[in-house]
Every structure is written in C-alpha cells, then in structure tokens.
Design a protein around this ligand. Structure first.
Ligand code: AMP
Ligand code: MG
Length: 341
C-alpha cells in the first residue's frame, strides 16, 4: 500500500499513447509509451493514429502498472489529455480514461497538454517561474505564468516547428521524424539566405520551408552526374544548416523578448524539438548574456508522455478543479484556470 496519493495520466493528443503514474511527492513511478509511426513518406494520419491508440492502450496500461509495481486499486486519480490535439486521438484517450475511471470508481481529471509540458518541466528542472519555449511537432509557443494563468506570448501562425522540419525532410527524402536527421546533416554548413519571419511576437514557418524546398529542387534540376550528386549532398547539408540557423534564431528572439517583457530570468525548453543541441546552444547563449537560468527538460519528459498528464492532473485535482467528460481539440493555454500556483 502506498502512503502518498497516486495519479495515473493518459496522453493521446497526437502520435504517442502514453500512460504515466506519479505520486504526490512528484516521484515518477512509471512512464510507458507506444508511438504510432506513419507510413513512409507520410505525415500523421489522425484516424490511423487513433486506431493505433485503441490497439495498444491495454498493453501500455499493463506495462505502466507493472513498472510502478501497483494495481488499479492503488491509483487515486485518473487524468487524461483533454486538448489541444487531434480529435480522433483525443477521443481514444478520453474513452479509455472514462471507462477505466468508471470501472475502478476513480475521479477523472482533464489536463491541458501544453500546461502539462510546463508543469513536468518545472517539477524536473526546479525552475519555478520560467518563460517556456514549447516546441513540438504540432506546437510552437512561448508561455509564461502571469496573473493566474499561463499566457501565450508568441506562437506559430501556421505549422509547428517540428512539422516544419518534418515537411522539409519529406520534401528532400528524409524519413519521419526528420528533425534529428536534419540536425545530423546540418553539421558545419554554409549559410544560404532564407526568409526570417517574426511578426511582432508570432512566428511563421511554412513560407520558409517552401523557399528551402524550392532552392533544393532548383539545385537538383541541374543534372545527375556523380559529381553533381556529391554537390547535391553538400547543398542539402547547407540547407539543413541554414534552416536550423534561421528557425532557431527566430525562436530565440521571441523567447528573449518574452523574458524582457515579463521580467522573468528563467527559460525552460521543452517538446520533442528540445532534443536539438543547436537550439539548446542558442538559448543557452541568450540566457547567459541576460544572466538568466536556462534548463532543458530531460528527454523522457520533453516528448509527449503520460507522466506529465499524471502530474498536472494531480495538481489540478488537489486545487479542486472539476472536469467535464469532453475533449477540447482547440483548447487555449490561457483558457485554463491555474489555481495551484
Ligand atoms: P513531439 O511532437 O513533442 O513528440 O516532437 C516530435 C517532433 O520533434 C518531430 O517533429 C521531430 O522531427 C522533432 N525532433 C525530434 N528530435 C529532434 C531534434 N534532435 N532536432 C529537431 N527536431 C527534433
Ligand atoms: Mg507535446
């Protein structure tokens, strides 16, 4: 029997189906995930991802319970990712969570996915009041806690940064997810001029990707001899380098401005793209120059995962927040009342 309270959290907003179990001391007892992989050359298909989640949910639950060494009787709260996300995937998560809660007579709590990324970041890095740069496949947001809510200070006006990298990768024949492959290819390339699109505090990526792909196609069309193939490879490497330099400089600029506006001296980097060492380096330099603290959320907790939903579900439940049994695919970060801070 456990002394602390435990929360089981279910993540299902996009490609990952995760179940995490956290105790009320902030200890992670389990963090099991199974990820849907799109067919080669394709992006995420929402219905296929949802079918994947339905197929793996029981196995992921068994794995999480076994890893934690607990049974459903030891769980006090069940949390699920309520939004934002792909509707069929959110439905799969809610249905599973709802049935589990009903069968085991446990309270059900809905969690905002973006806020969960911040809360697990605060817990695991020790930063108490950061400006958060949340960069994933579908999301790109600069968030900070001001007047009772997490406010969005800047965000993408079109696609998420991860999707932008993946879209470029798809166009040049790199497998999904392309982010890590682009990082590897970027090495020490030569800078090729690309558009730089920061509008006020917001960002736009799709035009940059289109321009990079146009440059790639034009270079490719020059021919197919061995020496040209070699030069095409070098050119692709230059483009990967330039894409990273441009996109990450935009992210760093907006994060820095949010820190200046809010007067906060901590920056937190999270989401799947947080794994990128060039992005980490740029933010680190910016923070050093401002005498601010910078932390990157550990990989186990920076991609989509169930532990972050469990931890935020615990905070929300303890602060008395009640949830309707519904999905909120377009839920805004600042639309959520944060009573626990
Ligand atoms: P998430 O949506 O949070 O699971 O993150 C997935 C996204 O992160 C995908 O778009 C990946 O291409 C991207 N990603 C993962 N690792 C890296 C990396 N090292 N550099 C850039 N992007 C990455
Ligand atoms: Mg995410």
């Amino acid at each position: 029997m456990l002394n602390q309270k435990t929360c089981l959290g279910i993540e299902s907003t996009a490609h990952s189906f995760g179940i995490g179990i956290m105790d009320s001391d902030g200890k992670c007892l389990a963090n099991a995930t199974d990820m849907y992989r799109p067919r080669e050359g394709w992006g995420i298909h929402p219905m296929e991802a949802s079918e994947h989640h339905k197929k793996v949910c029981d196995d992921v639950l068994q794995k999480a319970l076994a890893d934690a060494g607990v049974s459903m009787r030891d769980i006090d709260i069940i949390a699920f990712s309520q939004g934002p996300g792909l509707p069929p995937c959110l439905h799969a998560g809610l249905n599973f969570a709802g049935k589990l809660a009903e069968k085991n007579k446990k309270p059900l709590v809905g969690v905002n996915h973006c806020i969960a990324h911040i809360e697990i970041g605060r817990l695991t890095t020790g930063l108490d009041d950061p400006v958060t740069l949340y960069v994933s496949g579908a999301n790109t947001q600069v968030l900070a806690f001001v007047s009772g809510r997490y406010r969005c200070f800047g965000e993408t006006q079109d696609i998420g940064i991860g999707n932008a990298l993946d879209k470029f990768g798809r166009g040049v024949g790199l497998e999904f997810p392309a982010g890590p492959k682009i990082e590897k290819m970027a090495g020490k390339g030569r800078y090729i001029e690309l558009p730089y699109v920061v509008k006020g505090m917001d960002l736009s990526f799709s035009g940059i990707v289109t321009e990079a792909l146009k440059k790639y196609t034009m270079h490719q069309s020059r021919g197919n001899s061995d020496s040209l193939k070699q030069s095409n490879k070098a050119f692709l490497s230059d483009l990967c380098f330039s894409l990273q330099e441009t996109l990450f400089a935009m992210l760093t600029e907006v994060t820095e401005r949010a820190m200046a506006h809010t007067g906060k001296n901590q920056a937190l980097l999270t989401g799947g793209v947080a794994a990128n060492s060039r992005l980490q380096e740029m933010l680190d330099i910016m923070c050093r120059e401002r005498d601010a603290k910078f932390r990157v959320v550990d990989r186990a907790y920076s991609g989509d995962n169930g532990a972050m939903i469990a931890w935020t579900g615990m905070l929300a439940f303890d602060s008395g927040i009640k949830t309707k049994k519904e999905i909120l695919p377009r839920q805004r970060t600042d639309g959520v009342e944060v009573r626990w801070i």
